[in-house]
Design a protein around this ligand. Structure first.
Ligand code: GLP
Length: 271
């Protein structure tokens, strides 16, 4: 596992965006061989998305041959509901880049048969040959997508009941009104994320520090589902200093020293 520790949110967001651009360029996608990405919502990836938009507008990257699969979606919100993850993704990324509409995949939380929707999503990922790079945020309790504590580490895309702490954490997007936060969601499974060729986890702020420590220093444990990435052959945590506050000083120093030559996001954008 790589752990990239940047001083603040702005730099970690630039690093994550540069890594995405670098990965797409290296893959050199075409219409018949697109670059397939998994994408998160939440406040954490907004900085990365803003940087991707900037890089796209500066002519540094095209998304014409990029296919995306989002991690999750609330059950019961229409696509145009302002708090749906559909609306979030179009507002914060897709409307500002050259991705073709049919390349975007987001679970439909209004589907008549939610379980069939989840099965079809998995099949659709398979049809594209699997995901090259899955980018994820984490909840304060270490949840990945909506894989709440106790989720099977072998889980696939499915319907999931949200726990109280996630409902409380996400109430900020619903004017703090707990009663408006949906109680169920559709989410890719831990196994779905683990099948990706690379996984990049973003975490900023002290609110994520316990989850980051559990994910990096403790054992693989279904109570902190993000810890699954310890078993992944190509996983990267991208953190700001505050998110590392619960890591041992030695752990922070270790990763800072082995990654010291890799911390400048601009280096990845050369060429
Ligand atoms: C929700 C999403 C997760 C996301 C988490 C953290 O629960 N389902 O995918 O990682 O929120 O959100 P934030 O980045 O706003 O802290």
């Amino acid at each position: 596992m790589r752990v990239i520790i940047e001083p603040d949110y702005a730099t970690m967001s630039r690093w994550a965006a540069a890594y995405v651009v670098h990965s797409i360029r290296q893959f050199n996608p075409t219409k018949d061989r697109p670059f397939v990405m998994g994408l998160p919502t939440g406040s954490t990836p907004i900085g990365m998305y803003q940087n991707l938009i900037k890089l796209h507008k500066a002519g540094k990257i095209s998304f014409a041959h990029v296919v995306t699969f989002n991690m999750d979606e609330y059950v019961g919100l229409t696509k145009d509901h302002p708090q749906s993850y559909h609306a979030f993704m179009w507002d914060n990324l897709f409307s500002h880049i050259d991705i073709p509409k049919h390349n975007v995949h987001i679970l439909n939380g209004m589907a008549k048969d939610l379980w069939a929707e989840c099965d079809q999503y998995e099949q659709s990922i398979q049809r594209f040959g699997g995901i090259e790079l899955f980018v994820g945020g984490i909840g304060p309790d270490g949840h990945l997508a909506f894989n709440e504590p106790g989720s099977s580490l072998a889980s696939r895309t499915r319907v999931k009941t949200l726990n109280e702490s996630t409902v409380i954490a996400n109430a900020r997007f619903f004017d703090g009104d707990l009663s408006r936060v949906p109680r169920t969601a559709l989410t890719v499974g831990v196994g779905t994320v683990m099948d990706a060729r690379q996984v990049m986890i973003l975490a900023n702020g002290s609110g994520k520090a316990r989850a980051v420590a559990a994910g990096i220093e403790e054992g693989v444990n279904h109570m902190w589902t993000v810890s699954c990435v310890q078993m992944h052959p190509h996983a990267i945590f991208v953190c700001d200093d505050d998110a590392t506050l619960e890591l041992k000083v030695g752990t922070v120093q270790y990763f800072k020293s082995i990654e010291k030559d890799n911390l400048d996001p601009d280096k990845m954008l050369i060429g």
